[in-house]
Design a binder for this molecule. Structure first.
Ligand code: ATP
Length: 456
């Protein structure tokens, strides 16, 4: 346990030092459950979202029969008509049972008392200290409330969305009417979601503001299990393709007791983070039946089958069933960071980040060995050519060892160095992040070389 939390502390320190993640409003003491991404973290998150959009929406893997999959995207508002959240069940049911402690004024999730430290005596668990006075568990709604318009009265209450999914359901008909998609097809969305989590913890893992990447895949009920299996496999392979090792990934089928009543299958894709001995959820892939479309049909149009479709061939009429792969951008960013974090005591700077090249925030750095002797003049055009296509950095200050170490910590896969030999034979050094080995290539070939190696 000590070694694990030690690793987590080192990762958190590196993330702050190098500008991956900062505490939100840190200059005012921070605010629990909110985080800012710094320059490197912002690039990392953008790469994650771009990879998901490319691989799931623009070019999803072929379907079970080798067929092309139809996918489109939406970008919906964060505040929606509150009736959306009544229909979806969030106003009534989106709550965790909580207990309050009258002694320390803390509020805790009733189902997590066995893992939560007592704020007054951290060596004890909540409820175990002699002064603890816990109330009976009560429901606590996780949605953030606000008011729309000038009047702060009940009629103007609105909510910050706790998931992106409902914007997709609410636009199901708009998308069908405005595009040529036909069942089976999927709608994806990436965006912020907000939950007033009682115990935000484990760094960014459980935050109050976070980003989701969600798909609702609409299909014929008769084919829904096959689509469930398709998405389960596609999503698991996607994490592996981006460098998450399969021995740390755990697909866990939920038992019937864990699943929502309308769901006939659900799998959590979990990852073994350094902060816990148990794998934790990165994504849920749920078979949601026709629950959401029927609920919106009933609430918005007065008929459960208002959003039914007719199959072109069989003329069968049905409310589509839905498979929902729902992933957290921040949880995957954290998994990527912990997976990339490597310590090699044999290196001059032992800590480095082994990001998958697609996700690496900076793809290449260009260094003149010294800031004189005509080296910067050779390096600058190489840098400018690369940065038109890939995020790259130019650095002429400090010793070359320190510059390599900085790039290793940022997880930059390749560094190009212009040195004394460049003027003589027109070659530069390429240095590889993972084993610090070096090779010489022609100075004109840097961009092509990078393109080849990155495969992007
Ligand atoms: P958990 O059980 O961990 O609270 P959940 O089952 O409530 O998660 P879902 O409602 O299925 O989560 O949300 C889908 C995804 O959104 C999760 O798999 C996770 O990646 C992400 N997510 C949910 N809540 C948070 C949060 N508080 N902070 C960061 N990401 C979150």
């Amino acid at each position: 346990m000590a070694a694990k939390s030690d690793t987590m502390e080192k990762i958190v320190a590196l993330c702050k030092r190098r500008g991956f993640i900062f505490q939100s409003s840190e200059i005012y003491g921070g605010i629990g459950g909110f985080w800012d991404y710094g320059p490197l973290g912002t690039e990392l998150k953008r790469n994650i979202k771009a990879a998901w959009w490319q691989d799931m929406i623009r070019n999803p893997p072929p379907g079970p029969d080798g067929q092309d999959i139809q996918m489109v995207g939406v970008d919906c508002s964060i505040i929606m008509n509150p009736k959306v959240w009544e229909a979806s069940g969030h106003v009534g049911g989106f709550s965790d049972p909580m207990v309050d402690c009258k002694a320390c004024k803390g509020r805790f999730r009733a189902d997590q008392l066995e893992e939560t430290q007592c704020p007054k005596k951290p060596s004890k668990l909540v409820g175990q200290h002699s002064e603890c006075q816990l109330t009976e568990p009560r429901a606590f709604n996780l949605m953030f409330q606000t008011y729309v318009g000038a009047l702060q009265d009940a009629a103007n209450i609105a909510y910050l969305r706790p998931e992106t999914a409902q914007g997709i359901f609410a636009n199901f008909k708009n998308v069908m009417d405005s595009t040529r998609v036909k069942i089976p097809f999927g709608i994806g969305q990436i965006g912020k979601a907000f939950r007033n989590e009682i115990n935000p913890r484990n760094y960014t893992f459980r935050s109050r503001e976070f980003e989701q990447m969600e798909i609702e895949f609409f299909c014929n009920p008769n084919e829904s299990m096959q689509w469930y299996e398709y998405w389960r496999d596609v999503r698991l392979k996607w994490y592996e393709s981006l460098g998450i090792k399969s021995d740390k990934l755990r697909p866990r089928e939920q038992t019937p007791d864990e699943r929502a009543h309308y769901s006939s299958a659900c799998i959590d894709i979990e990852y073994l983070f350094p902060f816990s001995d148990e794998p934790q959820e990165l994504e849920g892939v749920a078979h949601r039946g026709c629950f959401d479309l029927s609920a919106h049909g009933k609430h918005a149009k007065g008929k459960e089958d208002a959003f039914a479709v007719v199959d072109d061939e069989s003329k069968e009429r049905f409310v589509p069933h839905v498979i929902e792969p729902s992933a957290g951008v921040d949880r995957f960013a954290l998994a990527t960071i912990t997976e990339a974090y490597t310590v090699d005591e044999n290196r001059a700077s032992p800590e480095f980040m082994r990001f998958h090249p697609r996700l690496a925030p900076i793809k290449a750095a260009v260094f003149p060995l010294v800031a004189k002797d005509g080296m910067p003049e050779i390096a600058e055009p190489i840098f400018r050519a690369i940065k038109k296509h890939y995020p790259a950095q130019f650095d002429a200050k400090q010793s070359i060892g320190k510059r390599y170490a900085r790039m290793d910590e940022a997880g930059t896969p390749f560094c190009f160095t212009i040195d004394g030999q460049t003027k003589d034979d027109g070659t530069v050094t390429v240095r590889f992040r993972d084993d610090a080995s070096q090779q010489r290539i022609a100075k004109e070939g840097c961009l092509d070389y990078l393109r080849d190696q990155l495969g992007l």
